[in-house]
Design a protein around this ligand. Structure first.
Ligand SMILES: Nc1ncnc2c1ncn2[C@@H]1O[C@H](COP(=O)(O)OP(=O)(O)OP(=O)(O)O)[C@@H](O)[C@H]1O
Ligand SMILES: [Mg+2]
Length: 496
């Protein structure tokens, strides 16, 4: 009985000293052995170890190929592990997350975490190699980060198939959930000739508008939401019918009817980034194409007030309303005209290529939204279906729209003054922006009723103005026509 502990002690001592001598020799080798020889030695030990080891290792590197873009797989794994590792890993990295008010944790370098999938245990390690040689002295040392997955070889099929698929899918979902959405704009002015400088500058997108807060008829709202959601879920459909996965929207209507607000609501509904393209700041068609290539998937490209952005409008009419078959020829003519005009060299043909040319398919999952106050001024080539698939008219505020605003601004669903407002709204046109302005409390003492009265007053004033304008028109017409041209004179004109 007494022999056992002493044997154990002896064994431990021997093992301890063996390890110590091994470490010592290894340290000597490390110090005196040339790097190449050491690499050689390490490589072969590695091969032999791998031969006997029952474990399989898979590495996922951060940069592959041309190093321009982070590998999608790495990003997905990073996101997946950020959620799954923060519970078990002991050393974590923290980064600013969504809405800049919470920290997102992820595992630190050389940290190991365990994950389980259908009864199989796997290990993940975050690691990096620092390349020994530097290409140029002023280059920072190159770090190549990677994740290494280790698992037993009996799970090979399942891990390389189902598990990795699960990691990538979940990682992508987490990424989308934690994504800081951005608002991009093509700022004119500074353009550094650096190859990495992108042409867009961005800030965090934080517009609070949603379809819930928009004043719109419920049917119309539902239709638009369904259209957007269907689009965002139709990846397979678009691939099957052979169309680029994008959709064009034209929002038109008088100022203050919520066109810009709707774009924000769309971005919030689908969780997309917004690229606000300022056409007048784009030098030429080549620059326009570059801008497009740099936009990412899951984004809305916005061109506001398309009728003012460029002189793309009305050209067709000047030429005497030719048929649509002449499209190509006319586009060329337009191109020449605009290139002569000197200011912005972006042309209608450039813009059309931007919307539905070959380049527009790169990136995928994109909405292109145009807004205008004057739809009738736009070139028919620009707004045909396929370029702008859905035309949405945003118009004056109706009673249903008012109810949404009353609920948002005053938390009122029903009120005795609503009937009076309903009646007045049928008689006069008022924009949602004006309604919203009147419903806004102007002092801390203003209550809901005061705001409603203020709206009624505004409606009545608008009504009086409209009546006065109508009366003036009648007077003008009678002055123009009445005295000069009698019924006889009209009949004469008709016979001519
Ligand atoms: N349908 C609406 N629902 C809720 N609020 C609205 C709506 N329309 C306008 N508003 C309010 O009015 C303001 C102006 O609206 P917005 O900027 O969207 O108008 P617009 O149609 O883009 O006008 P413009 O043609 O001048 O660009 C917004 O700040 C918003 O609060
Ligand atoms: Mg606007």
């Amino acid at each position: 009985m007494e022999m056992v502990p002493s044997t154990m002690t002896e064994m431990w001592t021997t093992m301890g000293s063996t390890i110590a001598s091994f470490m010592f020799i290894w340290a000597i080798i490390r110090q005196y052995c040339p790097y190449e020889l050491r690499r050689y030695f390490e490589k072969y030990t590695h091969t032999i170890m791998t031969y006997f080891s029952p474990y399989i290792k898979i590495s996922i590197h951060e940069f592959t190929g041309d190093r321009l873009k982070r590998s999608e797989a790495y990003v997905a794994v990073e996101a997946y592990l950020s959620v799954n590792s923060s519970k078990t890993a002991k050393r974590l990295k923290a980064e600013m997350g969504k809405d800049s008010n919470n920290l997102v944790l992820s595992m630190d370098e050389y940290e190991k975490v365990t994950d389980e999938f259908r009864g199989a245990k796997v290990w993940w390690v975050a690691s990096k190699v620092v390349s020994a040689t530097r290409p140029m002295a002023y280059y920072p040392e190159q770090e190549k980060r990677y994740y290494r997955l280790t698992f037993h070889k009996r799970y090979r099929e399942m891990i390389t198939g189902a598990y990795l698929e699960h990691v990538v899918k979940e990682g992508k979902e987490i990424k989308v959930r934690n994504r800081q959405r951005k608002l991009y704009t093509n700022s004119p002015g500074y353009k550094w000739p650096s190859y990495k400088q992108t042409m867009w500058s961005h800030i965090v997108f934080e517009h609070p508008a949603t379809f819930g807060t928009m004043a719109l008829e419920p049917d119309k709202k539902k239709e638009i939401i369904e259209d957007l959601v269907t689009f965002s879920e139709s990846k397979e459909f678009y691939a099957r019918i052979g169309k680029a996965w994008k959709r064009g929207y034209l929002l038109y209507g008088p100022p203050g009817t919520g066109k810009s607000t709707m774009i924000a609501a769309m971005a919030n509904l689908l969780n997309y980034d917004v690229y606000d393209l300022e056409l007048t700041a784009v030098k030429d068609n080549t620059e326009l194409r570059k801008l497009l290539i740099e936009t990412t998937s899951k984004s809305i490209i916005v061109i506001e007030d398309i009728d003012c952005s460029l002189d793309l409008t009305g050209q067709r009419k000047k030429k005497g309303g030719k048929a649509m078959a002449d499209d190509e020829k006319e586009r060329k003519e337009v191109k020449e005209e605009s290139s002569n005009s000197g200011n912005s060299k972006v042309t209608l043909s450039g813009l059309l290529n931007f919307i539905d040319g070959l380049w527009s398919a790169c990136g995928g999952e994109r909405l292109i939204v145009f807004t205008t106050n004057y739809v009738e001024k736009l070139d028919p080539a620009l707004i045909r279906r396929g370029r702008m698939d859905k035309h949405i008219e945003l118009s004056y505020c109706g009673f249903e729209g008012f109810k949404v605003l009353a609920k948002n601004y005053l938390k009122l669903e029903i009120h005795p003054l609503f009937d009076a407002i309903d009646g007045l709204m049928k008689e006069v046109k008022i924009t949602p922006a004006d309604v919203a302005e009147n419903l806004m409390p102007k002092s801390p003492l203003d209550d809901a009723e005061k705001c409603l009265w203020s709206l009624i007053q505004a409606l009545e004033e608008a009504k009086e103005e409209a009546e006065a304008a109508a009366a003036k028109k009648v007077v003008e017409q009678s002055q123009d026509g009445g005295g000069v041209c009698s019924e006889n004179c009209l009949a004469e004109k008709a016979s001519e």
